[in-house]
Design a protein around this ligand. Sequence first.
Ligand code: DGL
Length: 267
Amino acid sequence: MKRAIGIFDSGIGGLTVLKEILNAMPGEDTIYLGDTARVPYGTKSAETVMRYSFENAKFLLKFDIKLLVVACNTASAYCLPQLKKELPIPVVGVIEPGAKKAVEVTKAKRIGVIGTEGTIRSGAYFDAIKAIDLSIAVFTQPCPLFVPLVEEGWINNQIVRLTAQTYLQDIKGHWIDALILGYTHYPLLKGVISDIMGENVMLIDSGRETAAEVARCLMDRNILKTISSGQSSHQFFVTDSPERFKQVGSRFMGASFNTVELVNLGN
Ligand code: DGL
């Protein structure tokens, strides 16, 4: 039997991570859970995000998944060590892969991080970077307004540009040469962000780096599926509004969904 990769996010944004996983490992089966009833996680307390994350993981474990990807930066920032410790399968979050890549590419030893209030407040990216190289300076900026803008489909208009300019002004003034997009929605704003930051700043997509880490992890354990292992299947579950997930999510995935099932995590 083919065991799937389980992925959860606070909502729709984690589809940017799923997309990278499918690009990197097209033979894999996946089960995605978007906690759309309780999104956003970015403004909630660590205790609440922890409770939600364990409930999400518990739901996915019922499918006998072989690995869990915590696609949400906020959930990774607050809960990864606990999830790793308590779950019986490998768990991959989005913070460490993004931090590692940024450390690899920075020559100026100056890295910027943008994310939700929760991700920035947790200091998770700061700690992950400093754990690799203490001499690197880290500059952070929460950008909460990017989420509703992206979900509205506004990824390159006047309002997005002004919002991005306002958020990124300070961080740009610190002469960073790598900027971590520490938020599931940011890859969709890459164009605007890179215009503002300029060509000397490399944008690090945590989702892409996470997909590479998942592939490494499966390969090390000899449980990576190749395309030749047969057709792959992809299931989607949400805790609210499957129709909205389908509609907005197709923009994130660049593809449409067949079925998205509504689940109640209390069951
Ligand atoms: N998925 C979340 C993250 O990457 C963004 C949306 C939210 O605040 O829940 O942190």
